[in-house]
Ligand binder design. Structure first.
Ligand SMILES: NC(=O)c1ccc[n+]([C@@H]2O[C@H](COP(=O)([O-])OP(=O)(O)OC[C@H]3O[C@@H](n4cnc5c(N)ncnc54)[C@H](O)[C@@H]3O)[C@@H](O)[C@H]2O)c1
Length: 438
């Protein structure tokens, strides 16, 4: 393919060199003469293992050249990969100046270009940028329609500096967002021969993946460091602990506990976060990340409450009271906290949770906990789901008990639904359905 790459920085230089090595014809573009000169002399403009050799190889084979002339680059390519910087603005927001400048330049050339051209954003941009900034900017400058007169998509970059070339040839995944299938196929075609899981998705989803990845990586570093500091204070070698922690790929390094939804609860997580944090604080250590876990959890309960309140409905049917399906354990259940907030605010609440109802009828500690410890909530618990269905205007799905889906699907479809767990059922198609974070 004939490809122009905009921005000869860490991403653009590696992308240009690797694509040329894969056999594509690459024109790299930058506003800085010195970067262009580097490429055209067969040298890397950045320090990156193996990049000098790859650039020199590309130059010799005639597959790679660089220019400051964007008109020449666009007219002599079928696809433009945008790899310009998106630095932080002074207020921390994403600086899009380079992106809008480049879109104006590309759009201006597309105005008179009579062959089909595809624009691919590889820079990291906040979800919505492609549709709300890039697309209008390109359409305005070109007078043409995206998805019809020119292709538009994104292909976030996940390389790590210092191992960038190895990461290019052995990526964890290749993610492509595109306005249409033809564009998605064309972008994927750039990576023919590279073995990796390939994902085609909406452009907003591709934008989101990049931020989830980077925020997660940052959270992992902060978490590992904070736990390391605490363990050191307890005279424990943190690396030995982490080596054992890593071996658990079922729960620790896996998708478990990484599905957006409602707050955590139960008898362990809140207690144990409090305890390890308290032990660290006793030793004079600050634990900003652990501190944030409990307040972030509280904020998610408040978010659920605010969503319910915003509907203006006052008769609420809560499906689920224990912190997860299949247990009657109400200790620190976030749904108990939500129920209390609703009752304190004057909502009419009825609750269906078969496990909790059963426990409330059996002799033992759980019965006392529910009937005596939480009398205000016990008064709202109904034995039959139908009683909750009949008495509510709004259904709140609180935990993943399977039968909730069929109960709600069979109920009056005019009733509103707020889902805190995502049961993954056809009810999501209803207009009056809202997920807490999807
Ligand atoms: N550096 C990384 O490891 C990495 C990894 C993944 C994603 N990203 C993302 O990729 C993007 C680029 O990052 P980078 O580190 O390569 O940036 P960089 O600052 O190293 O390079 C950007 C280049 O774009 C050039 N440029 C700006 N405007 C231009 C224009 N109108 N025409 C041509 N060139 C222009 C600049 O002169 C510069 O050389 C950012 O959004 C970044 O967040 C970076």
């Amino acid at each position: 393919m004939d490809v122009s790459v905009f921005g000869i920085g860490y991403v653009g230089a590696v992308t240009s060199a690797c694509l040329s090595d894969s056999g594509h014809n690459i024109i790299a573009v930058d506003t800085f003469d010195v970067k262009v000169q580097c490429i055209n002399e067969g040298r890397s403009p950045i320090v990156e293992n193996g990049l000098d050799d790859l650039i020199s190889k590309g130059l010799k084979s005639g597959k790679l050249r660089a220019t400051t002339d964007y008109v020449d680059a666009i007219n002599n390519s079928d696809v433009s990969l945008v790899c310009v910087g998106t630095p932080s603005a002074p207020d921390g927001s994403l600086g899009l100046n380079f992106i809008t400048d480049i879109c104006e330049q590309i759009g201006e050339v597309l105005k008179t270009k009579d062959t089909f051209h595809t624009v691919v954003i590889r820079s990291t941009v906040i979800p919505g940028t492609l549709m709300n900034v890039v697309l209008p900017c390109l359409e305005k400058a070109s007078g043409k329609k995206a998805g019809v007169d020119f292709g538009l998509g994104n292909n976030p970059e996940f390389l790590r500096e210092s191992t960038a070339i190895a990461d290019y040839y052995d990526p964890t995944e290749i993610v492509v967002g595109a306005l249409d299938d033809k564009t998605a196929k064309m972008i994927m075609g750039l990576y023919e021969g590279i073995e990796a899981p390939r994902v085609v998705c909406d452009v907003q989803v591709a934008e989101g993946v990049k931020y989830v990845s980077n925020a997660w990586r940052a959270a992992k570093v902060g978490f590992a460091n904070e736990m390391g500091n605490i363990l050191k204070e307890h005279d424990v070698d943190s690396h030995k602990v982490m080596d054992i922690f890593f071996k658990d790929t079922k729960m620790n390094l896996s998708k478990y506990f990484l599905t957006p939804g409602f707050a955590f609860g139960g008898s362990c997580l809140p207690k144990d976060v409090r305890a390890i944090r308290a032990s660290a604080n006793d030793k004079g250590l600050k634990t900003p990340l652990l501190d944030s876990l409990l307040s972030a959890n509280k904020a998610q309960i408040q978010r659920g409450f605010d969503m319910i309140k915003e509907t203006g409905k006052t008769k609420i049917g809560l499906f689920g009271l224990s912190f997860k399906a299949g247990t009657d354990d109400l200790r620190e259940s976030p749904l108990v906290e939500l129920a209390n907030l609703l009752l304190m605010d004057g909502f009419e609440l009825s609750i269906y949770d078969p496990c909790v109802y059963k426990a409330s009828q059996m002799d033992g500690a759980n019965k006392d906990y529910i009937t005596k410890g939480l009398p205000q909530i016990y008064a709202c618990i109904r034995e039959k789901a139908q009683d909750v269905v009949d008495s509510s205007e709004l259904f709140v799905i609180g935990n993943g008990t399977k039968e909730f889906a069929s109960i709600i699907e069979q109920a009056d479809s005019n009733k509103s639904i707020i889902d805190l767990v995502r049961l993954g059922s056809p009810m999501e198609e209803r207009e009056n359905y809202s997920g807490i974070c999807w």
